[in-house]
Design a protein around this ligand. Structure first.
Ligand SMILES: Cc1cc2nc3c(=O)[nH]c(=O)nc-3n(C[C@H](O)[C@H](O)[C@H](O)COP(=O)(O)OP(=O)(O)OC[C@H]3O[C@@H](n4cnc5c(N)ncnc54)[C@H](O)[C@@H]3O)c2cc1C
Length: 381
C-alpha cells in the first residue's frame, strides 16, 4: 500500500532517487519513493565511479560494499596506439579512495536498494507521478493511478525528461545537443587490453574508450559518423582495429550495446519552494570523464542531509545552500565535460598536432595532477 502521507516524496528510483532516499532513511526520516517502471533497469550504463563520489557515499553506508564489487583502476591514460600521451595516476590523490571504481550502474542501483531495504525503506512500482502541487506548509504528488501522496518536500529525481521539474516551472536550458554521435558496447575481448587501466585512445580515425568492467568484460565508447542501434561483434572489432592498441584484441561477444547523443543543460534553479531537483533532472552533459551519475550521486547525499535537517528543525538554509552550490558544481562539470569532448573530437587534420601538444603538456606534473583531481572531483572540495 502506498502511504497517503509522508515527510519526503522522491519521484524516480534511479541511482539518484535511491541515494536521496537512503540518506533520508539513515537520518530516520519518512521517505516514499515511486518509480514508473515495474523493475529497475538491468543495464550497465554509467560504469565509472570517482573518488569524491565514494567519499560522499560513505556517509550513507554504501561505499565499502561498492568498492568490494567494482574494479579499482589506478591509472587512466590517453594513448595513441601503444604510445601513452597522458598518464593520469589516481593512486597518488589525497583521498581514502585513490582509484577510479569501475562498477556497472545496475550493480550500484542494487547496492543502494539493498541499503534502503536494510533501513526499512522500499520503492513503490509501477507508479507514474502525473501532478504536483504545493502550499505554504506542504506539497502533494498525484499519481496516474489516482492516489495522492502528501508530504513536506518533493524530490524530482525523475531523470532528464523530468515531469516534476517541468510542472514546477523550473527551466532546463543550455546549448542543446552537441552534433556528435556515440556508440557504446560492453564486450568480451581476448588479448590486447589491460585489466587495470582505463584507456582513451586518441587515434587518427577518432576516439575510443576501452575500460575494464568487473566481470572481465570491457566497455567500449567511440564517437562515430553514424552509430548503429546495436553494435555487433564486427563493428566493435573494427573500432578496436582502427583506433585501439597495436596488438590484436579479439572481440568475441557483445554483451550490451547502445548509442547516444549529447545534451548539455543545467536547470535554471534547483529549488522551487518545496520541490527540489537532483541528478539528470537537474543537469545533463557529455559522458566525457564519466561525470554524469557521479554528480547526481553527490547531489543526492547533500540534498538528503539538507532535507533531513529541514524536516527535523524547519531550518531550510541547507536547502538553499544545496540549490546554489549544487548548481554551481553542475555548471563546472558541464564545462569540463564539454572541453574534454571538444578536445577528443577535433577534426582529423588537427589530431596529430593535438596529440603532440598533449604529450608535451603531460610532461608537466602539475598538468597531470590537476586533470586527475578535476576528474576525481577532489580538486575543489
Ligand atoms: C545508454 C546509456 C549510457 C550511459 N553511460 C553513462 C556513462 O558511461 N557515464 C555516466 O556518468 N553516465 C552515463 N549515463 C547516464 C547515467 O545513466 C545517468 O546520469 C544516471 O542514470 C542519472 O541518474 P538519475 O537517477 O538522475 O536518473 P535516471 O537514472 O534516469 O532515473 C530516473 C528514474 O525516474 C523514473 N521516472 C521518470 N519519470 C517518472 C514519473 N513521472 N513518475 C515516476 N517515476 C519516473 C524512471 O523510471 C527512472 O527510474 C548513461 C545513460 C544511458 C542511457
Amino acid at each position: 500500500m502506498i502511504p497517503k502521507q509522508t515527510e519526503v516524496v522522491v519521484v524516480g528510483a534511479g541511482p539518484v532517487g535511491l541515494a536521496v532516499a537512503v540518506s533520508l532513511a539513515e537520518a530516520g526520516r519518512q521517505v516514499t519513493v515511486v518509480d514508473r517502471q515495474s523493475a529497475g533497469a538491468n543495464t550497465s550504463r554509467a560504469a565509472v565511479m570517482h573518488p569524491r563520489t565514494l567519499e560522499l557515499l560513505e556517509r550513507i553506508g554504501v561505499s565499502k560494499r561498492l568498492t568490494e564489487l567494482g574494479i579499482h583502476v589506478e591509472q587512466f591514460s590517453v594513448a595513441d596506439g601503444n604510445r601513452t600521451l597522458v598518464p593520469l595516476r589516481f593512486d597518488r590523490l589525497p583521498t581514502a579512495y585513490p582509484y577510479v571504481l569501475m562498477i556497472p550502474q545496475n550493480v550500484t542501483e542494487q547496492v543502494l536498494l539493498e541499503r534502503l531495504t536494510e533501513l526499512g525503506g522500499s520503492v513503490h512500482r509501477p507508479y507514474v507521478a502525473a501532478g504536483v502541487r504545493q502550499s505554504a506548509d506542504g506539497a502533494e504528488v498525484t499519481l496516474e493511478s489516482g492516489e495522492v501522496i502528501k508530504a513536506q518536500y518533493v524530490v524530482a529525481a525523475d531523470g532528464m525528461h523530468s515531469k516534476i521539474r517541468d510542472l514546477a516551472g523550473l527551466g532546463f536550458s543550455g546549448d542543446g545537443t552537441l552534433p556528435l554521435n556515440f556508440t557504446l558496447a560492453d564486450v568480451k575481448v581476448e588479448g590486447g587490453l589491460p585489466k587495470e587501466e582505463v584507456l582513451l585512445y586518441f587515434s587518427k580515425a577518432g576516439i575510443l574508450v576501452a575500460a575494464p568492467l568487473p566481470d572481465g568484460n570491457y566497455r567500449l565508447v567511440a564517437e562515430v559518423e553514424e552509430a548503429p542501434e546495436k553494435p555487433d561483434v564486427a563493428y566493435a572489432q573494427q573500432l578496436l582495429d582502427t583506433r585501439g592498441p597495436k596488438e590484436r584484441a579479439r572481440v568475441t561477444e557483445v554483451i550490451w550495446g547502445s548509442r547516444f547523443r549529447i545534451h548539455e543543460r543545467v536547470a535554471d534553479r534547483y529549488r522551487e519552494r518545496r520541490i527540489l531537483l537532483a541528478g539528470d533532472a537537474a543537469h545533463t552533459h557529455s559522458p566525457a570523464g564519466g561525470q554524469g551519475m557521479n554528480l547526481g550521486l553527490r547531489d543526492a547525499v547533500v540534498l538528503g542531509e539538507a532535507l533531513a535537517t529541514a524536516v527535523e528543525t524547519g531550518d531550510e538554509s541547507k536547502l538553499d545552500e544545496y540549490a546554489t552550490a549544487g548548481r554551481a558544481e553542475a555548471v563546472r562539470v558541464v564545462a569540463l565535460a564539454h572541453r574534454l569532448t571538444r578536445l577528443a573530437t577535433v577534426p582529423a587534420a588537427v589530431r596529430p598536432a593535438r596529440n603532440a601538444a598533449l604529450r608535451l603538456l603531460a610532461k608537466l606534473p602539475r598538468f597531470r595532477r590537476g586533470l586527475a583531481e578535476q576528474l576525481a572531483a577532489i580538486g575543489h572540495r
